[in-house]
Design a protein around this ligand. Structure first.
Ligand code: SF4
Ligand code: SF4
Length: 82
């Protein structure tokens, strides 16, 4: 099951959202520090929205170019072949 995303290193590419077959990860606007002190702006960052739907397929971890997604091998919801 997906455990964590190191958001500090995220480039907002959105690949983890695109490849997730269970719609667990959603890109959402988050406030970040702007280069000028006192100003903020927003950036799209991945949010683990529906962790309980994760089928532990590892796609987000495998395809993240920054290798910052951590999926734990414990399986809770993987569909059974029977
Ligand atoms: S392990 Fe698979 S199902 Fe779970 S969040 Fe990542 S891509 Fe989605
Ligand atoms: S694939 Fe990795 S770098 Fe791209 S949005 Fe997801 S966590 Fe961030």
């Amino acid at each position: 099951m997906i455990e964590n995303i190191e958001l500090e290193k995220c480039t907002s590419c959105g690949i983890c959202d695109d490849v997730c077959p269970a719609d667990v990860i959603h890109m959402e606007p988050a406030p970040i520090q702007a280069p000028i002190n006192g100003l903020t702006r927003t950036k799209l960052l991945p949010v683990i929205k529906f962790r309980e739907h994760c089928i532990t397929c590892f796609s987000c971890e495998i395809f993240c170019p920054e290798q910052i997604v951590d999926v734990h091998p414990s399986v809770k919801n993987r569909p059974r072949p029977w």
